[in-house]
Design a protein around this ligand. Structure first.
Ligand code: SF4
Ligand code: SF4
Length: 392
């Protein structure tokens, strides 16, 4: 079997993307959704890693990496995202039946698709393994119902009324792309050198979802759907000639290599952020500790000429397993005592708050540095904090 033209490949890509986007919330890695932001715990589950709110620096780096990657891909491959993978384009392609028939049945089918797409978006926040049981028992939260309804209406109206017009008029990324293109970016263009071969059949204009004439030159409205390439190939095929419209790096006939200064620069920045992101993900500590003064305890002198200080330790176990950690305090050449000390047990993903009391004495200074540490038996999980305690 031979596949003719570009459109079957685009449809196949769109279908694969739909399967991935719908399926991803159902995929579980380490007992959690492969990709989901859990609102109650403010945690991002990212392919087996659970990022806590205080680790959102990593998410920031990931966002910068994705942004630079997009800039790199846009300079190199132009509107490849819009034409092949943008959900707006993929959904518009998949619901093209509504352009041929606007009857009640088509509208109902479009509404059902919109409902599924809206639910799919919600599954990235509420796990489908919670969503469906709650839905069946009639216990889905009111706020979830509101979001689901509003999203469904927005998606339905978008697919019914806006469709590709969204790309041509509203989408900010489409506007931004024009500023990123250079003379060797991949574009879909009419071959001016073969203009005299054009039959003037207008097939390329009729098939264009945004109604532009590619023969007039590149247009910001073009979504790079490549339909005009296939249509022109069909028409020109009747004369045993190839399509007058094609993908080309820069306008057809333009010479020059693909590696250029801006590509090297933005490619390097993208690689640096990618490497840094990988480093952050691989080196993230699984246990974390904060030490704050105990607000319910007033530090003060004891009868035995010692000063009693109190702090609250917040120890967070980010791993999926219960752990045993050794809690210790060091400082003042061993002349400090901390209670409690020794083994503490913290359940998986638990944040344990432990009040500790530190006695210190024997130096002329009013304050000394003390190091509080926690460490697992195998030394793989550890955290340290240095604090200043009062001395008598
Ligand atoms: S000009 Fe061609 S590639 Fe661009 S939107 Fe129209 S049909 Fe699609
Ligand atoms: S489909 Fe090809 S031959 Fe027909 S008008 Fe467009 S560019 Fe010319």
């Amino acid at each position: 079997m031979t596949i003719r033209g570009i459109q079957p490949w685009r449809r196949l890509t769109g279908l694969a993307e739909a399967v991935i986007i719908i399926g991803l919330p159902f995929l579980r890695i380490n007992g959690e959704s492969a990709l989901r932001f859990d609102i109650p715990t403010l945690r991002l589950h990212l392919f087996g890693i659970s990022l806590w709110m205080d680790e959102f620096y990593t998410v920031l780096i990931a966002t910068i990496f994705v942004a630079t990657l997009f800039i790199f891909l846009t300079i190199m491959f132009g509107r490849i995202w819009c034409g092949w993978v943008c959900p707006q384009t993929v959904l518009s392609d998949m619901t093209s039946f509504i352009e041929r028939d606007r009857g009640p049945l088509s509208c109902l089918l479009l509404f059902m698709i919109s409902t599924l797409v809206a639910a799919n978006l919600i599954w990235y926040f509420v796990s489908p393994y919670d969503f469906f049981p709650l839905l069946i028992r009639g216990e889905l939260a009111r706020v979830t119902w509101i979001f689901w309804s509003v999203l469904t209406i927005i998606i339905f109206l978008n697919l019914l009324l806006l469709r590709y017009r969204f790309c041509a008029t509203i989408c900010p990324y489409a506007r931004l792309q024009g500023t990123l293109f250079d003379d060797r970016t991949l574009v879909i263009a009419f071959d001016e050198q073969r203009r005299n071969e054009c039959m003037g059949c207008m097939a390329c204009v009729r098939v264009c979802p945004v109604g532009i004439d590619i023969r007039d030159g590149l247009a910001v409205e073009c979504t790079a759907c490549a339909r005009c390439i296939d249509r022109c190939a069909e028409m020109m095929g009747q004369r045993d000639r190839g399509s007058l419209i094609n993908y080309s790096f820069g306008l057809p006939g333009r010479k020059g290599g693909l590696v250029r200064q801006n590509i090297i620069l933005i490619g390097s920045v993208t690689l640096i952020f990618f490497a840094y992101l990988i480093y952050l993900l691989l080196s993230r500590p699984l246990v974390d500790m904060t030490v704050l003064p105990n607000p319910t305890f007033q530090s003060g002198p004891l009868a035995e000429r010692k000063m009693l200080n109190s702090y609250i330790l917040s120890i967070r176990n980010r791993s999926k397993d219960d752990v045993e950690l050794t809690l210790k305090a060091r400082g003042l050449n061993g002349r400090i005592e901390m209670r409690p000390e020794g083994l503490i047990r913290i359940r998986a993903e638990e944040v344990k708050r432990i009040p500790v009391y530190i006695k210190a004495s024997g130096v002329s200074a009013r304050h000394v540095d003390v190091e509080i540490s926690i460490e697992s038996m195998d030394h793989k999980m550890r955290a340290r904090k240095r604090i200043r305690v009062m001395v008598r």
